[in-house]
Design a binder for this molecule. Structure first.
Ligand code: CO
Length: 208
């Protein structure tokens, strides 16, 4: 890619936006009021806004390798804190994707340096769900099931935070687990039963 092309694209994008609304950027500068926090993978094939068909200003986005919500990750914790307490989002989405390189790496024995502690969290997800995963014979199916279970566990990590627990008590906030299927472009709702999971884990993780 010619990096200069990006600036040419940017000029074309500005012109396109101003053609339909001459105040587009003036209004954008007024502030943001997103109702959704999206936590997804950094994978270049899994965009946030484009796959959801949303416009700038509609979704607060956090992306990292394998859409992880790790309790000592200052970045993810700050994003959740800001989105829940200040933006007062109504939905938190953790969106994984099939054929995730981060999840794949966590299924293999390889020393990946600084990535080891990051991916170790996915190995922990494997250990938590070992019986189910080991029962899946076909490797691709097992890999994609781990993608789904990783989304589920990261959703659980979202509800372990005090910000989210406080919000649950005082207002309407829903956590969603989704997977993007790269092979079809479809966004799938895993329909995780959070009431059940919340009930199961809150005895241990209740903070407030
Ligand atoms: Co990925």
């Amino acid at each position: 890619m010619n990096i200069e092309q990006i600036f040419i694209n940017n000029h074309a994008w500005i012109a396109e936006k101003l053609k339909t609304d001459s105040d587009y950027f003036k209004n954008l500068a007024l502030g943001q009021n997103p109702e959704v926090l999206y936590i997804g993978c950094s994978d270049s094939r899994v965009t946030a806004e484009e796959l959801m068909g949303v416009n700038p200003g509609e979704v607060f986005v956090h992306r990292n390798i394998a859409n992880m919500v790790t309790n000592i990750d200052l970045s993810a914790m700050s994003v959740i804190n800001y989105a829940v307490n200040h933006l007062e989002v109504k939905h938190i989405v953790v969106c994984g994707h099939y054929y995730c390189g981060g999840v794949k790496a966590a299924m293999q024995s390889a020393d990946l340096g600084i990535l080891n502690p990051w991916l170790r969290n996915i190995r922990d997800v494997y250990r938590l769900h070992r019986a189910e995963l080991d029962a899946i014979q076909e490797e691709e199916q097992r890999y994609n099931r781990l993608v789904e279970l990783n989304v589920q566990e990261q959703c659980v990590n979202v509800i372990k935070t005090s910000d989210v627990q406080k919000a649950f008590k005082s207002r309407n906030l829903v956590v969603h687990g989704w997977v993007f299927d790269i092979k079809t472009g479809k966004l799938l709702d895993l329909k995780i039963d959070f009431n059940h999971i919340l009930h199961e884990i809150m005895e241990i993780y209740r903070i407030i």
